[in-house]
Write a protein of this length. Structure first.
Length: 188
């Protein structure tokens, strides 16, 4: 009986140590709590099945106001990202290349979420040469407006919003340039 108690106590101590180490590791990964990497699944919505994108306003990383409502009449590509997210880093060159190829007829925008340090988000933008506006949303409140269209834990996610402000397509996970080009064409 005594041996069983010693084994039980040792097991509990090991579990407590592992949990606290996990908690410490989670605290060291700023913004990543609850992160779920997507699979790159593409969803396209027929015009009759499209739902309006919610009102999205905010301040960009460079301090300017930005509003989705001001983009009516343009196709908008909205990419949700975080500097702490490896798939976001992988897809960034494709987003930049697609934005460059499509030009000003299509408005690209980023929604930077859960980066508590604005400097990290700005470093990401500089590193990848991102020239389109990026709303700074460290708390994730702006992201929550998209409930039902974007899972707040599936980062990155990219929406293609048609000219009337309705979601025409979604990619959960990394997106490629070719996928974006096709989705924008379908949304137009």
């Amino acid at each position: 009986m005594r041996r069983r108690a010693v084994v039980l106590v040792a097991g509990l101590m090991l579990a407590v140590t592992a949990c606290s180490s996990g908690q410490q590791a989670a605290q060291n990964r700023q913004g990543q709590a609850g992160f779920v990497s997507g699979t790159g699944n593409v969803s396209l919505f027929a015009p009759a099945d499209r739902k309006a994108a919610p009102a999205l306003t905010g301040t960009t990383l460079d301090g300017k106001p930005w509003s989705l409502a001001d983009q009516t009449g343009k196709v908008v590509v909205l990419n949700v990202w975080g500097s702490w997210c490896p798939p976001c880093r992988k897809e960034a060159p494709d987003l930049v290349a697609a934005a460059k190829e499509l030009g000003p007829a299509v408005q690209f925008a980023g929604l930077n979420t859960r980066d508590l340090d604005k400097a990290q988000a700005n470093k990401f933008v500089q590193e990848f040469g991102v020239t389109y506006p990026n709303i700074y949303d460290p708390s994730g409140k702006a992201l929550l407006r998209f409930r039902g269209q974007i899972s707040p834990t599936a980062i990155p996610t990219t929406l293609v919003i048609d000219k009337s402000g309705k979601v025409a397509g979604r990619v959960v996970g990394e997106v490629t340039k070719q996928t974006l080009l096709g989705m924008v064409k379908d949304a137009g």
